[in-house]
Design a protein around this ligand. Structure first.
Ligand SMILES: CC(C)(COP(=O)(O)OP(=O)(O)OC[C@H]1O[C@@H](n2cnc3c(N)ncnc32)[C@H](O)[C@@H]1OP(=O)(O)O)[C@@H](O)C(=O)NCCC(=O)NCCS
Length: 179
């Protein structure tokens, strides 16, 4: 794993076009190893940019030199997964006493896979959530995300199929970790 060349900063609204592009590349490249083609297509309904995270200052971008290598963040709000277009948004603020911070929308550009980008973003998220007194983090993992989260200490809690508007079941796993 090589992390030395990686730098990071909070995402800004001006990053939105690049983030959309990166997410599409990540999903198109990584999901087919784990899902059927119709599930990859359906995943676009329940994944993508959540601009609320950018507005909240809880979304990170990671660069390898000048290249955007990945993005991901955390949230002090109830929404567990999905993009701006995904149904069931809930902006309620979580109570750090008894509720888990969310880890959200992790994507690595395929040209920068397995360089520790995901691992770095998780650490940034965990440190930031801890600084706001959260003692636990939880997330809804895609099949493609499970190996990263397991490697970083997240334990599976519950698995389910999220059925999209086209009737396609997409497997997700609720995972969690003490901070
Ligand atoms: C999940 C994702 C963000 C991982 O990004 P990454 O930057 O390549 O991950 P890292 O380099 O930090 O990996 C850290 C560790 O996680 C594990 N890991 C990550 N990707 C893996 C894979 N495809 N297969 C097996 N293990 C994997 C490994 O243990 C790895 O350590 P190693 O490289 O030293 O063996 C990336 O694959 C992705 O964008 N997937 C598509 C979008 C998605 O599904 N995101 C998750 C949303 S919940």
């Amino acid at each position: 794993m090589q992390t030395n060349a990686l730098t990071h900063r909070l995402a800004a609204e001006a990053d939105l076009p690049a983030l959309h592009h990166l997410m599409k590349r990540a999903m198109t490249n990584f999901l087919p190893d784990f899902l059927e083609p119709e599930q990859v297509e359906a995943s676009f309904e329940i994944m993508g940019v959540d601009s609320r995270l950018i507005a909240d200052g809880t979304y990170f971008t990671v660069f390898d030199g000048d290249a955007l290598a990945g993005c991901g963040g955390w949230s002090r709000r109830e929404t567990l997964f999905g993009g701006d277009h995904t149904f069931g948004r809930n902006p309620r603020l979580l109570d750090p006493v008894g509720e888990a911070a969310r880890v959200r929308a992790m994507y690595t550009d395929p040209d920068h896979a397995r360089k520790g980008v995901g691992r770095l973003i998780l650490k940034l998220c965990e440190d930031a959530a801890r600084a706001e007194n959260f003692t636990r983090a939880e997330l809804a993992a895609t099949a493609a995300g499970v190996p990263l989260y397991k490697a970083c200490g997240y334990a599976p809690m519950r698995a389910w199929d999220e059925v999209t508007s086209t009737g396609v079941p997409v497997p997700l796993v609720l995972m969690g970790k003490g901070l």
